[in-house]
Design a protein around this ligand. Structure first.
Ligand code: AMP
Length: 280
């Protein structure tokens, strides 16, 4: 497995692969890898001839009071995991390589970027869209793999790819969970034992909503109430949002239907966690 640090080398590698008739897959990550990330890598391995995973803790997607400085960085373990999965290239640039001195060019997806996580994390999706566009321009992948766990991010990136007519297919992979339902996240490692217990409320709330939908409830208001009631059983957990939205526009719906995104975000201690499901 080759570790590449510069955009130039990554582009050279990708172009050589294409020239040899191979399809290129890209899995963007911020490292601190877990089984959720590995599921993306496996999906990439299945449908692409060669696969690059990027590891870059992107400063521009963190707010001033967020966890950029303490975000877990486990590069050696990450590389061992990726190598065991048969990844061909790890792209691990430093911040200078992605944001050269004086960098002033950003990708802003207006509207969408202010919804869901973008509402409580101003500037977050501008940072995400910018770094992912830069990765696409550098790696020129045929396909790029993302988790449904970050469903609003998927909406923002679909819009970016459509608007810039980027020649890449976005592949969205299912949420990987702990046996008790908690969605895997690099941030789960911040949780104390008690917070880890409390964190189960996110998937429990979603499960309660799914059960109601299965028994015929379609009113978004009623379903949101079901989720909020489940959250109230864990009063230490602070709700950021509980919402039913159109997955493309991230605008609230009144009636849920097939394809509606039901999403939650909550603070467990100081750790902000997210989870969701898409109505079948
Ligand atoms: P991150 O390193 O947090 O930026 O995540 C990198 C990619 O992994 C994103 O596309 C995430 O949506 C995806 N991902 C994170 N957690 C999970 C999970 N539990 N299941 C599936 N994909 C995930």
């Amino acid at each position: 497995m080759r570790v590449i640090r510069t955009v130039g080398e990554l582009r050279e590698w990708s172009r050589a692969a294409r020239k040899a008739g191979q399809s290129v897959g890209l899995v963007p990550t911020m490292g601190a890898l877990h089984a959720g990330h590995i599921s993306l890598v496996r999906a990439a391995k299945v449908s692409c001839d060669v696969v690059a995973a990027s590891i870059f803790v992107n400063p521009t997607q963190f707010g001033p009071n967020e966890d950029f400085a303490r975000y877990p960085r486990t590069f050696d373990e990450d590389c061992a995991l990726l190598e065991a999965e048969g990844v061909d290239v790890v792209f691990a640039p430093d911040a200078e390589e992605i944001y050269p001195e004086g960098a002033a060019t950003f990708v802003e997806v207006t509207g969408l970027s202010e919804r869901l996580d973008g509402k409580s994390r101003p500037g977050h999706f501008r940072g995400v869209a910018t770094v992912v566009a830069k990765l696409f321009i550098a790696a020129e992948p045929d396909r790029a793999f993302f988790g449904q766990k970050d469903a609003a991010q998927v909406a923002v990136l679909r819009r970016t790819v459509a608007d810039l007519r980027l020649p890449v297919e976005l592949v969205v992979c299912p949420i990987v969970r702990e046996p008790d339902g908690l969605a895997l996240s690099s941030r789960n490692r911040y949780l104390s034992t008690e917070e880890r217990r409390q964190a189960r409320v996110l998937s429990r709330a979603l499960h309660a909503v799914e059960t109601q939908i299965a028994s015929g409830e379609r009113s978004a208001r009623a379903l949101i109430d079901v989720a909020v009631a489940e959250f109230s059983r864990e009063p230490q957990v602070g709700i950021d949002y509980v919402t039913a939205v159109d997955w493309a526009t991230l605008l609230p719906v009144e009636t849920v239907a097939s394809g509606t995104l039901f999403a939650v975000a909550a603070f467990v201690g100081t750790t902000r966690l997210i989870d969701n499901f898409v109505v079948a």
